[in-house]
Design a protein around this ligand. Structure first.
Ligand code: PMP
Ligand code: GLU
Length: 400
């Protein structure tokens, strides 16, 4: 038996990726599974971006790139931040990582020490807690529910901060809830943070472009009073349907960017040269594809919300961004179909996979065990079919 480090033993498996893997295995074995577990756009990467990658190969962008990424890509990201968010970063403040997940992991490893607390409003994306633990930090979970549109309140924020607080991670639009903080709500949180100048603000803005609010996106880094201690995490995975290319970045205060780059230089080096050239094309090319995909997600949001609201016992809000529905499903706990029992949301997800052949993720993975996450980044036809199958499967469950 090989010894596995305590650090990795203490990590939970990524439930989003695990459910997706399970659904792929069932599908390979011939079951017609609809995968609503993993959160990734179902669209293919737009042609002009793929062409840029082919060109990059032909032009021999096949060598090591600079550790923080090609200057041309970091300039394109700085220009994007300026153009879309009115944020002024120099390329030296930007480090390109192997996806936003890696960028976040780098930032936490570069800034968090054992004993440091990191505030994580929940429901939260699966990797936050585990990445904080990996960095030796202590996650401080601050829960909210559907009645509050899953948003952290200023009073909760104030109560969660202690002299040991090192950072807070805020995700808007949110995975897994789809909630989007308004400018006013962010401003209220910022006024609390102003009283705690030692707290680093990590803003995960990966779903920036997938929003149905009809208002401009508000980046946390656009609040002057906290801008010099805010780190923006973003990337191309969601906006440009580029999950497999693995390009994300952090835009950070210069010392943090330098530390992240030092870490990356030892751990992974600069990320794929070819994917970087593709990402550069994404940021510098036409943005029409982003708008088109967002429109499709909005239509699907409306569809899934209307179907989910017909399911007895589910409480469903109207997500304002990202591509997840996060219904409250606890009325189905303590039920059985005669063969299987459903005690919690991960049992419910497993039941729906086995009986309805729809893959979802139990809310426990996001720190919200009364909920279920469904990704609606799939065709309208799949959404209709999946919701019919879910409704049928749920009808068979009776209270124990
Ligand atoms: N943050 C959030 C909230 C996400 O949902 C994801 C998607 N997995 C990521 C970060 C990471 O994205 P990626 O690593 O694909 O860029
Ligand atoms: N963000 C996606 C999700 O939450 C991708 C999977 C992952 O990286 O966790 O499903």
């Amino acid at each position: 038996m090989q010894k596995i480090s305590n650090r990795v033993q203490a990590l939970a498996v990524s439930q989003t990726l695990a459910m997706s893997q399970k659904s792929a295995e069932l599908r390979a074995a011939g079951t017609d599974v609809i995968n609503m577990s993993v959160g990734e756009p179902d669209f293919n990467t737009p042609e002009h971006i793929k062409e840029a990658a082919v060109k990059a190969i032909a032009e021999n962008y096949t060598h090591y790139s600079p550790v923080p990424g090609y200057a041309s890509l970091r300039e394109a990201i700085a220009a994007k931040l300026d153009r879309e968010n009115r944020l002024h970063y120099t390329p030296a403040q930007i480090v390109v990582g192997n996806g936003a997940k890696h960028a976040l992991s780098n930032v936490l490893l570069a800034t968090v020490d054992p004993g440091d607390e990191v505030v994580i409003p929940t429901p939260a994306w699966v990797s936050y807690v585990e990445l904080v633990k990996l960095a030796g930090g202590t996650p401080v979970l601050v829960p909210s529910g559907i009645e509050n549109d899953f948003k952290l309140t200023p009073a909760q924020l104030e109560a969660s901060l202690t002299p040991r607080s090192r950072a807070i991670i805020i995700c808007s639009p949110s995975n897994p809830t789809g909630s989007v903080y308004t400018r006013e709500e962010l401003a209220a949180l910022v006024s609390v943070l102003e009283q705690h100048p030692e707290v680093l603000v990590i803003a995960d803005e990966i779903y920036e472009h997938i929003r149905y609010t009809g208002t401009d996106f508000v980046s946390l880094a656009s609040f002057d009073s906290i801008a010099d201690r805010t780190v923006v995490i973003n990337g191309v995975s969601k906006a440009y349907a580029m999950t497999g290319w693995r390009i994300g970045y952090c835009a950070a205060p210069a010392e943090i960017a330098k530390a992240v780059s030092k870490l990356q230089g030892q751990a992974t080096s600069g990320v794929s040269s070819i994917a970087q050239k593709a990402a550069e094309a994404a940021y510098t090319g036409s943005q029409e594809c982003v708008v088109e995909m967002c429109e499709a997600f909005r239509r699907r949001r409306d569809l899934i919300v209307s179907l989910a609201r017909q399911i007895p016992g589910w409480r469903v809000n109207e997500p304002q961004g990202a591509f997840y529905l996060f219904p409250e499903v606890s009325s189905y706990f303590g039920t059985t179909d005669g063969e299987r029992t459903v005690s919690d949301s991960s049992d419910l997800a497993m039941y729906l996979l086995e009986v309805a052949h729809v893959a979802t993720v139990g809310g426990g993975a996001f720190g919200a065990p009364d909920y279920l996450r469904l990704s609606y980044a799939t065709s309208d036809e799949n959404i209709v079919k999946a919701m019919e199958r879910i409704a049928d499967a749920l009808k068979r469950l009776k209270k124990i």
